[in-house]
Design a protein around this ligand. Structure first.
Ligand SMILES: [Zn+2]
Length: 500
């Protein structure tokens, strides 16, 4: 039986620079590798975006029916980890172990799904050594005093991903003098041990692997010599991914190592590129504790993964607005779905009937948007269009009282929980919980001194005052709330409020 995915997918392949139809190596199956962080510190919000993009791919490939194998690595041996250990006076293994746990907490808080395999360099030494041996034996690597280099000139395809001019790069590389290398662009596959550093036995003496070889070795072990989709931040295209291609294709002889290279763009903060080395940092942990996983998702997925996303007050406000629109509609739908009704109103019945069809169209539009190179802004647009339509129908006279309102409300809840929930990891939560969280966040942002609980208390008191015909007290409460930046609105559903 042939496999037909729910949608045919097109992705922008960095290898060709074109948007191409996705055809996997094996029917119905898809292999996905994503380069994970070097664990020497907490991750910043830019790292979280990259992880969330890989998660976005994984969610969608599964949603359309592929049997996906998803691997993400942790670089747990590296100069940065060793240096950090020295600074703190602890073993580098302890630094790596600690930050793997912290990064895992961030990923979980951000709602990223667990990959099938989370791999470590330190548990793949036999595979790494074996791959380096194959690279040497096929004439693509050489050993100088216990250090193994990859010979770039032995691989004519070098530069095919980054489209770099190799001759120009070679001229630049000559400036950096390393007499051990045959060519300035050659890179380390294995580095000899320095005193006090973690090391492993190898045919070339004690040492540790270079950075690039780990991903080639792990991808090959868990996914095979050829894989479907490889993801990473665009800063990894050169040299990391270029080197991965060189190593893998030379070690296995199989080409291409990766069918589709997908790269996610940077995050900017006040228009500055964010990266740990620049020192322009906003930790994912700080954001997730001040906001929430869904706010992070609404923000980081609001832009297309290949577009630079500016992280700042405006994008945070937009994410909060987006989430509250979604959950306010969900709250209303939950309320509508709960009530049973007996007397149909013809006009309202037909409006809800159309709305149920709109829900089906929106589900299709969301899948189409994702199939078109993971166009998340269009997914949000489809959801907001549907929410607008729901609010319009629900506001119609008699709409809430007609029996089909239940079906309309349930249809909206299904789209939010199953479609938006599966695709973007947003919409599954209890609306009252999320709306209260958002209110608290907004209160903290506006510096308001009054909590949502106190506001609710005052609103209840005002309602009682009005029932008691104590209009002076009711008016006093309204003014008090107003002076604290809280606007209240009386409507058919009761009194609602928001921070000004
Ligand atoms: Zn990698």
């Amino acid at each position: 039986m042939g496999f037909t995915p729910l949608r045919s997918i097109r992705v922008t392949n960095s290898l060709t620079g074109k948007k191409e139809p996705l055809e996997t190596l094996e029917e119905g199956k898809l292999t996905l590798y994503s380069c994970g962080p070097t664990v020497y510190n907490f991750i910043h919000i830019g790292n979280l975006r990259a992880a969330m993009v890989a998660d976005l791919f994984y969610r969608f490939f599964k949603k359309v029916g592929y049997q996906v194998t998803y691997v993400r690595n942790y670089t747990d041996v590296d100069d940065k980890i060793i240096n950090r250990g020295r600074q703190e006076g602890v073993a580098s293994e302890d630094i790596a172990r600690k930050y793997i746990q912290e990064v895992e907490k961030d990923y979980a808080l951000a709602g990223c799904l667990e990959p099938n395999h989370k791999t470590l360099v330190t548990t793949h030494m036999p595979e790494i050594v074996e791959m380096i041996q194959r690279i040497i034996s096929t004439g693509h690597g050489y050993v100088v005093d216990g250090e193994v280099f990859f010979s770039v000139s032995s691989f004519p395809d070098y530069g095919k991903l980054s489209r770099k001019n190799i001759e120009e790069l070679e001229v630049g590389a000559r400036v950096e003098i390393n007499e051990r290398k045959k060519n300035g662009l050659d890179f380390s596959l294995w580095k000899p041990a320095k005193p006090g550093e973690p090391s492993w036995d190898s045919p070339w003496g004690k040492g540790r692997p270079g950075w690039h070889i780990e991903c080639s070795a792990m991808a090959s072990k868990w996914l095979g010599d050829k894989i479907d989709v490889h993801h990473g931040g665009e800063d990894l295209i050169f040299p990391h991914h270029e080197n991965e291609i060189a190593q893998s294709e030379c070690a296995s002889g199989a080409k291409p190592f990766v069918k589709y290279w997908l790269h996610s763009a940077f995050l900017t903060l006040s228009k500055e590129k964010m990266s740990k080395s620049v020192g322009n940092v906003f930790l994912a942990r700080d954001f997730l504790s001040q906001y929430s996983g869904e706010v992070a998702r609404a923000l980081l997925l609001s832009a297309h993964y290949r577009s630079i996303l500016d992280f700042g007050e405006d994008s945070i406000d937009q994410a909060l607005t987006a989430l509250s629109r979604i959950y306010e509609a969900k709250a209303r739908a939950v309320e509508l779905a709960r009530t049973r009704r007996a007397v149909p109103d013809m006009r309202a019945e037909s409006l809800w009937g159309e709305f149920v069809q709109d829900c089906e169209k929106a589900r299709g539009a969301m899948l189409d948007a994702m199939a078109n190179d993971f166009n998340t802004p269009e997914v949000f647009a489809a959801v907001f269009g549907l929410v607008r339509e729901f609010n319009r129908v629900a506001a119609e006279p008699l709409a809430a009282a007609t029996p089909t309102a239940t079906l309309g409300a349930e249809a909206l809840i299904r789209v939010l929980e199953q479609d938006l929930g599966d695709l973007l990891g947003i919409g599954r939560q209890e609306p009252s919980k999320v709306l209260l969280e958002i209110s608290k966040i907004r209160a903290a942002r506006s510096g308001s001194q009054i909590t949502p609980e106190q506001i609710e208390g005052l609103i209840a008191e005002r309602l009682q005052a009005r029932k008691d015909k104590n209009f002076a007290r009711a008016d006093e409460i309204r003014k008090e709330l107003d002076s604290k930046g809280v606007v209240i609105k009386d409507g058919p559903q009761g009194t609602t409020w928001e921070y000004r």
